[in-house]
Design a protein around this ligand. Structure first.
Ligand code: ADP
Length: 320
């Protein structure tokens, strides 16, 4: 393979730039050239091509977001849209495409392969870490650390003023960020969509803790489990303690990627380019522990990534 394309698609994630850099430089190392398209699948359809050489991806490794921009594309969801996208890819004489993005973006990549036989390679880029076939997706570690920094800062005030803080973190469908940041931040309770919880029990625990002299608590809630404002109101009503709420929102998504995310992105980007150029297709690269792996996209997209039961248990024990 002598020419490949690359896009970032769906929700942006810190480390995507490092992945683009790795795709480009690994491909050049193999004697191939790379064309990027801005704005994901929408940009392919609109022919927003951008040749990428080694210099064009210099100085981006420390930047969050994605230099190729990202977008969601309704047109690409139609077969006609995908047909037009393949037309543009072929016009540029591209023989394969690396897609850096989340679950939806990877579904789009698989459609290109299944419907048109176009070679694709997926790279998991998602702060949510909800993609199966990899222990970590690019951006998760940075998002967890951003949430953790906020938790640590709030804890100082919670302790000094003996207050309860309810902090809402990202995670509409799952609690991966909430569990990781909650564990690292020493949260008294972690509420996630995957696990049923009793707010009344949490209130009882807080009243008991107050008798022991512990009057400050931090509760982490994934946005898919409940809204921070509702939890705060419930706690105030049922304990009589004063509570505060904080919704972290988009500050978790941006920012300079951590060393972990940069190295992960470099390894996954390079592996994706190398495998695509070597003739593999319809796979997603990932890590299993510290080892690089690559799984069929059909497997990745038909398997749910589950919360680690050992970490859940640990969170329960640590909250006592
Ligand atoms: P993410 O990649 O972060 O999960 P989305 O779910 O919004 O984000 O997906 C990004 C884009 O991928 C969508 O706007 C659409 O163009 C494309 N896409 C998503 N699902 C499919 C699908 N089932 N078939 C084809 N394209 C899809």
């Amino acid at each position: 393979m002598k020419r490949i394309g690359v896009i970032t698609s769906g929700g942006d994630a810190p480390g995507m730039n490092a992945a683009i850099r790795a795709v480009v430089r690994a491909a050049i190392g193999r004697g191939a050239s790379v064309v990027g398209f801005t704005h994901g699948y929408e940009g392919i359809i609109d022919d927003e091509a951008m040749p990428l050489d080694s210099i064009s991806v210099g100085g981006i490794i420390s930047r969050g977001g994605t230099m190729l921009r990202s977008a969601r594309s309704k047109t690409f969801m139609t077969e006609d849209g995908r047909d037009r996208a393949v037309g543009v890819l072929r016009k540029h004489e591209l023989e394969g495409l690396v897609v850096i993005g989340g679950d939806g973006s990877l579904r789009g990549a698989l459609a290109l392969h299944d419907e048109f036989g176009f070679p694709v390679m997926g790279v998991p880029g998602s702060i949510d870490n909800d993609i199966s076939g990899t222990d970590f997706s690019i951006g998760f570690d940075t998002a967890v650390n951003a949430a953790l920094e906020a938790i640590d800062r709030v804890r100082d005030t919670a302790y000094s003023h003996e207050r309860i803080f309810v902090i809402e973190v990202m995670g509409r469908q799952n609690g991966f960020i909430a569990l990781e940041a909650g564990l690292a931040g020493g949260a008294e309770a972690i509420l996630i969509p995957e696990v049923p919880y009793s707010l009344m029990e949490i209130c009882t625990d807080m009243k008991r803790a107050a008798v022991r002299g512990k009057r400050s608590s931090i509760i982490i809630v994934a946005e898919g489990a409940a809204r921070a404002s509702d939890i705060k109101d419930f706690i105030e009503k049922n304990t009589g303690f004063e509570a505060r709420q904080l919704v972290l929102g988009h500050m978790q998504r941006g920012g300079s990627p951590t060393a972990f995310d940069r190295v992960l992105a470099l390894r996954l980007g390079a592996l994706a380019a190398n495998r695509l150029i070597s003739g593999y297709t319809a796979e997603m690269v990932g890590v299993d522990g510290v080892k690089l792996v690559s799984h069929p996209l059909s497997y990745v997209l038909s398997t749910e990534r589950a919360i680690d039961p050992e970490k859940l248990l640990l969170a329960g024990v640590m909250a006592q």
